[in-house]
Design a protein around this ligand. Structure first.
Ligand code: SF4
Length: 487
């Protein structure tokens, strides 16, 4: 590699040691941009990690983070460059954008800055990092040494103190000393391998974080309300004990009471309802990370319109990313359009259901955009017309609006209340990623056909689950689930 090499892309599927070696090699050769780099482990602090983009400046490297959220709001004061300009020296005060607060982005930049420092490649005398957000309209530059944090602290100071704190907690745990931290349920618990251990402990002490958001739980503990029992005993007509960020005071108390009564769901409204059609299709999409959507599963039911009832799968089994995804997506859309047309021709009503439309909508739009021009692929407008119509029903919203769920609102939690059970005990998002890798023979392996069957069964069960859930909401939820005010 010559110093003039502009781009080095570090393959994400290399073993970590090789990724770190490739990154170090690129840094040492002065590559202009390093994508997907993994920095060498800092043996002294134990730090490790990578960054989407490392950019060489006149005197070193700066990290640039690429995120899937909005990073600015209309306003002024953010320091930005054009999205094609990755030199922080050109950053200027933006007259149209203000910074949207994302403390985690700054912590990630500070972490990478310290790693670059340890490896000897950080810019001396300046600690900055850039972020490219969802709109991909600019690079937002953070000065990690500006006193923008509470108490005038800098992002680097905040990061250093948090890092020291985490390290102390981990070292005490590794040494078997008195624990320096107690579990508290937060968003990250969802994907954390320690959840079974923490859940058992939280349940044992009846911790209030089991029923309210992490931030609210922290405030409640400060107010002396550390257990679900204490929260359930509050009178909702009194002044709220804290400023709630997640739910209302009334909902929090109801959730606590539901948890004590061992109720997964309670009704927050007297009458529950879900929009129904003469012809109904339950839809579930399976994707693999950001690589694409490899399977659209549909369950056809309702009035006979000449389309076979039951499960229909539209899949590509070529490893993603692949243009064969355009074929499977077009087949799915053509089938769905045919169902909608036949329904309309007969003067019947149509409804399609999913659970949390964010995921399906994301890939409906992304597929229409990426595969524009492929035969059978809809335009963005066609997709927009469908997802904004009354025909597209998000059951997650129906559940959120009408029920309080004391153990979360995931389909795996609420469908069992409706009497549904998945055939595969291992079924879940993480397992499906593993199955997918085997199913397509990722990294040149032999495809495992049994894993394709497993994924199809899992997807079919997901659409059967949404069908069971909506039928239960229509028919039995009113009698099966108590109303909060009756608790
Ligand atoms: S499961 Fe435990 S260790 Fe993991 S994030 Fe939650 S509280 Fe922390």
């Amino acid at each position: 590699m010559s110093p003039s090499s502009s781009w080095v892309i570090v393959p994400p599927d290399l073993p970590p040691a090789e990724r770190a070696r490739t990154t170090l090699d690129a840094l040492e050769h002065g590559a202009r941009y390093i994508w997907g780099g993994l920095l060498p482990r800092d043996r002294q602090s134990g730090r490790r990690g990578g960054m989407q983009l490392l950019v060489r400046t006149a005197h070193g490297y700066v990290p640039v983070l690429v995120v899937r959220h909005r990073i600015t709001d209309p306003g002024e004061g953010a320091r930005t460059t054009d999205v094609t300009d990755l030199d922080p020296t050109n950053a200027a005060v933006d007259a149209t954008r203000k910074v949207r607060s994302h403390p985690r982005d700054q912590m990630r930049l500070a972490h990478t800055y310290r790693l670059l420092q340890a490896a000897g490649f950080a810019e001396p005398g300046r600690a900055v990092g850039g972020v490219i957000g969802l709109d991909v309209d600019c690079v937002l530059w953070h000065d990690l040494e500006a006193g923008t944090w509470p108490g005038g602290r800098t992002a680097l100071e905040e990061y250093d103190s948090r890092f020291a704190d985490r390290l102390a907690v981990a070292r005490a745990a590794a040494a078997g000393d008195e624990p320096l931290a107690e579990p508290s349920r937060v968003l990250e618990c969802k994907g954390c391998p320690w959840w079974p251990t923490c859940e058992a402990e939280l349940t044992r002490v009846r911790d209030v974080s089991l029923v309210v958001r992490g931030e609210d739980a922290m405030e409640l503990r400060r107010a002396g309300i550390a257990t679900v029992d204490k929260l359930a005993a509050l009178d909702i007509h009194d002044d709220p004990p804290i400023q709630w960020t997640g739910v209302t005071f009334q909902d929090a108390v109801s959730l606590a009471r539901a948890w004590l009564a061992d109720l997964t769901m309670v009704r927050r409204v007297r009458d529950v309802d879900v929009s129904r059609g003469d012809v109904e299709v339950d839809i579930d999409m399976e994707s693999f990370g950001d690589s694409g959507a490899y399977l659209w599963g549909c369950l056809m039911s309702g009035v006979d319109i000449g389309v076979e009832h039951g499960y229909h799968a539209f899949a590509t089994w070529e490893p993603l990313p692949t243009d064969d995804e355009a074929r499977s997506f077009a087949e799915f859309w053509t089938w769905l359009s045919d169902v909608r047309t036949r329904t309309a021709e007969r003067g019947l009503s149509f409804r399609a259901y999913c659970y949390n439309a964010l995921a399906e909508n994301r890939w409906l739009f992304a597929s229409a955009e990426r595969f524009a021009g492929f035969p059978g692929v809809p335009s963005m407008n066609e997709v927009r017309e469908f997802v904004t119509s009354d025909e597209w029903v998000d059951l997650f919203r129906s559940v959120s609006d009408q029920f309080l769920c004391s153990h979360g609102k995931g389909l795996k939690v609420v469908a069992p209340v409706a009497g549904f059970a998945w055939r595969d005990a291992e079924a879940g998002g993480e397992a499906s990623m593993r199955w997918y890798r085997d199913a397509v023979g990722m990294h040149g392996g032999e495809p495992v056909l049994a894993q394709r069957t497993r994924l199809l069964t899992y997807n079919e069960d997901d659409v059967l689950a949404t069908k069971a859930l909506r039928e239960w909401i229509s028919d039995r939820a009113m009698t099966d689930v108590p109303f909060t005010e009756d608790l």
